[in-house]
Design a protein around this ligand. Structure first.
Ligand SMILES: O=P(O)(O)OC[C@H]1O[C@H](OP(=O)(O)OP(=O)(O)O)[C@H](O)[C@@H]1O
Ligand SMILES: NC(=O)CC[C@H](N)C(=O)O
Ligand code: SF4
Ligand SMILES: [Mg+2]
Length: 465
């Protein structure tokens, strides 16, 4: 797996739209992707079906590039592109580097028709599948795991696309929330463990699928439901057909979606992201209090948990750190000094708030400890009297194989230091983490989640350790 030194990296976002009547589908995909920008900032792309009225057929048109949604897609959208279906993707690479050939959607024509795919997740047996396909003579255009899926469908001995797809899904391990196009059909698929979220929604004119409900909100869709783990949905002009392709698998949703990745105004896994984070902050305050004057978040991802902490502890909530929104959500910088500069470019204390104060600083997670070490030194420079760091996630000690780019064990600060050791290392007066049982209590179905980056108990055994 390629690593590109950085704090926690996000993953991808997908969107798909089907319209009963020709509509400007690329524009709808753009709005959906714009709302999902926080899930991936390396590349953006769309693929839609351009109708060919002369013979009643259509062909897939793909438009994608490295960069953010608005930069990549705005120019293309200057004129309307009438269509009835399309898919879109924002990417953070988990397998295959940040290069144009790995940008999604990926489209191909094969013996079973034309197809396109946009994938959020990571196939944990990709190396084995890659080796097998290479032996059989596959020639790959990209180095991502996503392309394997198209090859497997094309090489399948099954007679048609649908049975080849089902056969292929049965061979995939790990995380895949995906949207696909096949001829005039939009297909939505969620892996049997349900690692990544996926929603389907309906308006009077369109049916849309998206990673998070904030993208459906952008499309003015209020009637939606979760695509279930192991569910496959076929969406075309005759309506929506649902099938289950892996009955009996126990769901293991990624708890980090709720801790950090998803947008606070979204629902993921049928939970409000903001309210769940607030509950995590409140649980942290119950167990890990400290004598202090105020509670401050590390914006933006620490905001909701800090609010919950402040409410529960009865301490005042203050915005004592300003975030520069022109600095992207995450930086892909290889060296520690570059990462340090990145934190300084992004976050800065409000001196008048922190001076002379005993502060509880709430962030969602500690990965390498770079962000908090720098922040605490900035806050000391600004006159903070005490800084007690509280994390609304447990200690991250293990890498993720299901689509989150968590660094190697060696680089994870909680892997080598205890909370007290971390406090000494980053210059905090105390450091405390949310405990796993408490985290589970904040969720409607605590057992139905993956906690492998905290426990090392992988729900699907990684084959590439
Ligand atoms: O211990 P570290 O290696 O520094 O990583 C931890 C930080 O990384 C994440 O924020 P990130 O900057 O990725 O994004 P955000 O601005 O959305 O919180 C997370 O919210 C922590 O603040
Ligand atoms: N983060 C993701 O979901 C990435 C999808 C896919 N594994 C890729 O690297 O392109
Ligand atoms: S290992 Fe952690 S980040 Fe990866 S799916 Fe499980 S909970 Fe999510
Ligand atoms: Mg952060």
């Amino acid at each position: 797996m390629e690593q590109q030194g950085d704090s926690l990296r996000h993953h991808c976002g997908v969107v798909g739209v089907h319209s009963a009547n020709p509509d400007n589908i690329p524009e709808k995909l753009f709005y959906g992707l714009f709302a999902l920008q926080h899930r991936g900032q390396e590349s953006a792309g769309i693929c839609y079906r351009k109708e060919i009225p002369e013979d009643g057929t259509g062909r897939f048109v793909t438009y994608k590039d490295l960069g953010m949604v608005s930069t990549v897609l705005s120019r293309y959208l200057e004129k309307p592109h009438p269509s009835t279906l399309g898919i879109g993707h924002v990417r953070y690479s988990t397998r295959g580097g940040n290069r144009l050939e790995n940008a999604q959607p990926l489209a191909a024509s094969c013996n079973k028709g034309s197809a396109a795919i946009a994938h959020n997740g990571n196939i944990s047996n990709a190396s084995a599948l890659n080796a097998r396909l290479s032996m059989d003579g596959s020639i790959f255009q990209s180095t991502s795991d996503t392309e394997l899926i198209l090859h497997m469908i094309a090489r399948s001995r099954q007679p048609d696309f649908k049975s080849a797809l089902i056969e292929t899904l049965g061979e995939l391990e790990g995380a895949f929330s995906m949207v696909m196009l096949h001829e005039d059909q939009l297909i939505a698929i969620r892996d049997p463990w349900g690692f990544r979220p996926l929603y389907i929604g309906f308006s009077d004119t369109i049916t849309a699928v998206a990673s998070e409900t904030c993208a459906l909100d952008m499309l003015k869709i209020r009637d939606f439901r979760e695509v279930k783990p192991g569910e496959i949905l076929y969406i075309d002009s005759s309506g929506v057909k649902s099938e289950t392709f892996a009955p009996g698998t126990e769901p293991k949703r990624c708890v980090f979606e709720l801790i950090y990745f998803a947008r606070p105004d979204s629902l993921v896994f049928e939970e409000s992201v903001h309210l769940t984070r607030k509950a995590m902050g409140a649980a942290l305050a119950m167990d890990e209090s400290a004598e202090a004057d105020l509670v401050m978040p590390v914006p933006d991802s620490g905001n909701s948990a800090a609010l919950g902490y402040a409410e529960q502890s009865g301490l005042p909530f203050e915005q004592g750190l300003t975030r520069n929104h022109y600095a992207g959500r995450s930086f892909i910088l290889p060296t520690t000094s570059q990462r340090e500069l990145a934190v300084r470019m992004k976050l800065h204390p409000v001196r008048e708030v922190v001076r002379g104060k005993r502060i509880i600083l709430v962030d969602d997670s500690l990965v390498r400890g770079t962000t908090s070490r720098i922040l605490i030194s900035l806050m000391r420079e600004a006159g903070a009297k005490e800084v007690h760091l509280r994390l609304s996630a447990p200690e991250i000690k293990f890498p993720c194989y299901y689509g989150i780019d968590i660094p190697t064990r060696k680089e994870l600060i909680s892997n080598s230091l205890s909370p007290d050791g971390i406090a000494a290392h980053i210059g905090a007066d105390s450091v405390k983490f949310l405990k796993i049982p408490r985290l589970m209590e904040c969720l409607k179905d605590g057992e139905g989640y993956c906690y492998a980056c905290f426990t090392g108990n992988y729900p699907v055994q990684p084959r590439e350790v």
